[in-house]
Ligand binder design. Structure first.
Ligand code: BV8
Length: 247
């Protein structure tokens, strides 16, 4: 069964990705048995309170992930590359929203990606609020490139209890889409986990591509389970064939 609602005219697709799409690139997920939250407490490293309590611990957590992401062994996988192909083919007709803070979608050829939980390779200044590209460790000597304040930088990442980015734009796209596809997310974290309900409300077809059923699996009209590197390229080929757009 394919995403039958995507015909040659209406191709408005919203894709949401989560940590599962980057697993085969060597980045840990959060809630799998060996995931990040089994190694460190979410409250201690992914909340504003945790940052206030122990900024050194939080900076070290993100510094280690920022270094790992830039390791040459960490590369976009076949799922990132297939989504990049589709994104280039569909352009404005497709909004790619990710919960991930890695840059593997961009390195896999995707156009502008909406990082609703921020980006590991950007830093935000607590003094002037500006965010900027940042590939080095952040520590108390780090200086803001905009206002020159020192020791005022934090990861440009959305922590629990903080408002995700560009929510208006996301809800607008969900209200207007024909197809919502969720890839590699467990459906535990809101508001992202609520997007499928918004899309159904708008009459869109909904498809889940994941290793196993997510928390919201019953809300999806269509579900396919397996590794993203296998499922996503097959699905992208189907959509490109159905919409008659060269990928
Ligand atoms: C907010 C930081 C509002 C960056 C993260 C109801 C409504 C609104 C809010 C809430 C609500 N209920 C609870 C809340 C609060 C909270 C929340 O959702 N808590 C949960 C734990 C219950 N939400 C928030 O705080 C959010 N903020 O709502 O603000 C607000 C309103 C007013 C004023 C102020 C605020 C903020 C949420 C963002 C938090 N930041 N990360 C970082 O360090 O990375 S969340 C964290 O979880 C990551 O961003 C991650 O992306 C995200 C979701 O996890 P997943 O991506 O799904 O990863 P997971 O490991 O869970 O699952 C991986 C999946 O992949 C699995 O299903 C697995 O089977 C699959 N998989 C594995 N291998 C493969 C695979 N699939 C395919 N192929 C494979 N090879």
């Amino acid at each position: 069964m394919t995403s039958s609602s995507v015909t040659s005219s209406s191709k408005r697709i919203v894709v949401l990705t989560g940590a599962g799409i980057s697993k085969e690139s060597g980045l840990d997920t959060f809630r799998d048995a060996d995931g990040i939250w089994s190694q460190v407490s979410l409250e201690e490293v992914a909340t504003p309170e945790g940052f206030r309590r122990d900024p050194v611990k939080v900076q070290a957590f993100y510094n280690a992930r920022r270094r790992q992401l830039q390791d040459q062994a960490v590369k976009p996988n076949l799922a990132h590359r297939a989504l990049g192909r589709l994104h280039r083919a569909l352009g404005e007709e497709m909004l790619l929203v990710t919960q991930n803070i890695d840059d593997l979608h961009e390195r896999g050829g995707a156009g502008p990606v909406l990082h609703m939980h921020g980006e590991l390779l950007r830093a935000r200044c607590l003094a002037c609020r500006a965010d900027s590209v940042w590939t080095a460790d952040i520590d108390s000597a780090s200086r803001c490139s905009r206002c020159s304040s020192t020791g005022q930088l934090r990861p440009h990442v959305v922590w629990f209890g903080e408002m995700p980015l560009e929510m208006e734009r996301i809800y607008g796209a969900l209200a207007d889409c024909d197809l919502f596809v969720s890839i590699g997310t467990s459906g535990n974290v809101y508001p992202a986990a609520g997007f499928v309900a918004e899309a159904r409300e708008a009459g869109a077809h909904t498809l889940e591509l994941n290793l196993e059923p997510s928390e919201g699996a019953t809300l999806f009209a269509e579900k396919r389970y397996g590794p993203a590197s296998e499922l996503v390229p097959l699905w992208v080929e189907e959509v490109l064939a159905e919409t008659g757009v060269a990928g």
